[in-house]
Every structure is written in C-alpha cells, then in structure tokens.
Design a protein around this ligand. Structure first.
Ligand code: SF4
Length: 247
C-alpha cells in the first residue's frame, strides 16, 4: 500500500506539473499576448521610419540642408538676366560665391573689371585684400559668402542707377533668404547706403550693427578704399572684430 500511495502521489505531482506547464505555454501563446508582443516592435520601426521622415520635415537641420537647392534656385531664376540695361555691356554675370550655409555674407556694390572678366566677386586687388581680412578673422573665403547688390558691372565702374538697384536687389534678398546668415557685412559707402536706405556717410554708420530685413548688418569700408587709405585698416579691423564676437 505504501508503494502504491507513493506512486499515486508521484503521478499526481507529475500531472499537476504537466498542467501548470501547459497553462504556462498557453499563456505564453495567448493571442492577446502575441498581438501585444508583435505590436511592441512596430512603434519602434515606426519611430525609426519617422526619423527618416522627420529629416524631410522643416527643422533647423533641414533648413540647412535645403539651403543649397534654394540658392541654386535663385541662380536659376536669375538666369541669363536681361532685366536691366547692364546686361548689354557685361561680359559675365557675377552671382556670388562661397558657402551656401555661411553665417557671414559680404555684400559689395557691383562687380569691377576683373570680376566682370572672371564672373567671380572680389577677385581683383581689392578682392585679394578682402580675402586677407577674412583669413585674419580666422575664416576661409569658402566659409563665407561674397556677392554684390548688382550682379553686372556698370560700364566704366560708374555708380549704379536707382532703376538698376531696384531691379537687381530683390535677387540679393533672395540670396540672403536662401543662405540665412547671422550677419551681413556691407562693404563700402555705396553698398551700406543703398542697403540701409540712408544718406549718412559710411564714417557715421560703420562700426555699428544695423537692421536689414531682420538681419544684423555691419557697414565697413570697402577694401578698395583701404588700398588708397591704409590707415583705415584699423577701423575695419575694429568692425570685423565686432562681427567675430557674434560669430
Ligand atoms: S544687374 Fe541684375 S538686373 Fe541688371 S541685368 Fe544684371 S542681373 Fe539682371
């Protein structure tokens, strides 16, 4: 009897253990649990997918990555421009060059003879001095953007006319919108006075930040002026140091 009882007890224990095992297995494969288990990875995959989609959404980073096509779009829109009479005498249209995501944009008045020949901004003697100033700021020319209010050379380097500015300046604004710089440095009397719509001389407005369509604009002397008046280099250095502090 004792052996039989032991055997029954052992069998009951085994059956109980087997039932528990089956119950555990059933719980583990419960459809609700399975759905839950299957659902859990989906949000992760969706999150990963959203990461990819979010790269397409407007954001600070996306804005930066959108900048080059936007600037290229401005160039495309300008095309082989004949909107004002300067197209008749130009050799090359000088759109601008540098980083499409530059924090600092230098804006001059208009291309000179060498710029007209090469189709690039600030490449003559004054341009070489500008490059030295940029380097002295601890930057490379390729890290900033350089352009002019007018994209075509006025014959004989005469002063731009009002209608030429009115026709061409909207493209400068579009360039700035595409680049979205922190600071604009206006080079020379004409550029500064035109952009700020002021008759004040450059000596009165340089060295201070002004507002240009919601952006900081620092007027300073044109490098060509510095070639004729080397003493003014110190003043320009003071002005660019103020820019460097913000950058
Ligand atoms: S100066 Fe400006 S508006 Fe005039 S033709 Fe050149 S790009 Fe066009």
């Amino acid at each position: 009897m004792g052996k039989k009882d032991d055997l029954r007890s052992e069998l009951q224990h085994l059956v109980g253990a087997l039932r528990n095992h089956v119950a555990n297995e059933r719980d583990a494969y419960n459809p609700v649990s399975r759905l839950t288990m299957k659902r859990e990875p989906i949000p992760r995959r969706e999150e990963e997918g959203m990461g990819g989609l979010s790269a397409l959404k407007p954001s600070a980073k996306a804005g930066t990555s959108k900048t080059p096509p936007a600037l290229a779009g401005v160039r495309e829109e300008l095309g082989d421009c004949t909107r004002c009479t300067l197209h008749r005498t130009r050799r090359n249209l000088v759109f601008g060059e540098g980083s499409a995501g530059a924090k600092l944009v230098f804006v001059g008045e208009a291309p000179g003879e060498e710029e007209d020949k090469q189709g690039r901004p600030f490449v003559g003697r004054a341009g070489q001095l500008l490059t030295k100033i940029i380097n002295a700021m601890g930057l490379k020319r390729e890290e900033v953007y350089i352009c002019n209010i007018l994209k075509c050379r006025p014959p004989g380097n005469r002063n731009p006319k009002e209608d030429e500015i009115a026709t061409c300046e909207p493209f400068l604004l579009k360039q700035l919108e595409a680049i979205n710089p922190e600071i604009i440095c206006a080079l020379g009397t004409f550029a500064a006075k035109t952009l700020l719509r002021t008759e004040s001389p450059i000596s009165a407005i340089r060295g201070k930040f002004h507002d240009y369509h919601g952006r900081k604009l620092m007027p300073t002397y044109h490098p060509a002026y510095l070639l004729r008046n080397p003493d003014a280099k110190k003043l320009v250095w003071d002005d660019v140091q103020k820019i460097m502090k913000i950058l």
